[in-house]
Design a protein. Structure first.
Length: 155
């Protein structure tokens, strides 16, 4: 890795020109952006959400989790930012990358489902006599465990 240290900078809007070694964090737009730490100069955008990345601050230091895998860039760099240090991570096989992408999509889908469910529940609470509908229909042919799993996934 060319960049060994990264400095956090809080911004409302991401600047047009990024400096190497700076992690721009927009709380308002829940996004962190930096130049790829391998030195290729590519812009790396990390959306901040429970299903994507999270930023943790510790004084003037910052951590970004999970790791950044620039699989679609020619450099294919993979690293972690922990306490403002850039730590090179192990290279991954195509199969491992595919698995990560599948898991990421599933996490994002689950987050959207939870967010929508919470909004629906809040809307139902605001209507005093509203009937709360189940997230799935009861099907007598399904085993009770399948109903439990379906219910759990809908949360």
């Amino acid at each position: 890795m060319k960049i060994k240290q990264i400095r956090p900078e809080s911004v409302e809007f991401i600047p047009e020109r990024l400096e190497e070694g700076v992690l721009y964090i927009s709380e308002r737009y829940r996004t962190a952006v930096h130049k790829c730490c391998c030195g290729c100069g590519r812009e790396v955008v990390t959306p901040l959400s429970p299903a994507e990345w999270s930023v943790k601050r510790n004084g003037g230091r910052v951590s970004l989790w999970p790791s950044i895998g620039n699989w679609s860039y020619p450099c294919r760099s993979h690293y972690v930012i922990r306490d403002s240090r850039v730590l090179e991570a192990k290279a991954m096989t195509e199969r491992q990358i595919h698995r990560v992408k599948v898991n990421d999509r599933a996490d994002k889908t689950a987050q959207i489902r939870r967010t929508n469910h919470a909004k629906d529940t809040a809307a139902q609470v605001q209507k005093p006599n509203a009937k709360i509908t189940p997230t799935h229909e009861w099907q007598p042919s399904m085993h009770w465990l399948q109903h439990l799993i379906r219910w759990w996934k809908s949360l």
